[in-house]
Write a protein that binds this ligand. Structure first.
Ligand code: FES
Length: 135
């Protein structure tokens, strides 16, 4: 019997325990060769690329304002759920990734960018025990 927790669906990897996330603050996590910024905002966990598409600043160190993150380098603002840029500083949106929270563990599917998805449609609330999207 394996002690490793079972992934909620193919392609998901566990990145941290939910209790490691601080509400309103980003956490930088490496998944394979990619760095992600993971946020807990109002009970929902979001995962985006840590690399700001403007000039490469660390979005995990950005300021969280509601469901937005403001890059600490030149203040580009992105929606945490959709990755959409919310001003003209960056010419590009930031990639976002599906998240599942199960049994206190945060899972991310890093190979499936959902940056073009509907706002709020791809993040997982903490009490969402299922692994499939509802929207
Ligand atoms: S690097 Fe993020 S706004 Fe410039």
């Amino acid at each position: 019997m394996s002690l490793e927790p079972e992934a909620p669906a193919p392609g998901y990897v566990t990145v941290c325990e939910l209790e490691e996330l601080q509400a309103g603050r980003g956490k930088r996590l490496q998944v394979g060769d990619r760095w992600l910024a993971v946020f807990l905002v109002d009970g929902t966990v979001y995962a985006i690329d840590d690399l700001c598409p403007h000039s490469g600043g660390p979005l995990s160190e950005g300021t969280v304002d509601g469901r937005r993150v403001i890059c600490s380098w030149h203040y580009a603002t992105f929606d945490l759920a959709s990755g959409e840029r919310l001003d003209s500083i960056s010419r590009y949106d930031v990639d976002t990734y599906p998240v599942v929270v199960r049994d206190g563990r945060v899972w991310v599917k890093p190979e499936e960018s959902v940056g073009e998805g509907p706002v709020g449609g791809d993040a997982r609330t903490v009490d969402d025990e299922t692994s499939e999207r509802t929207t």
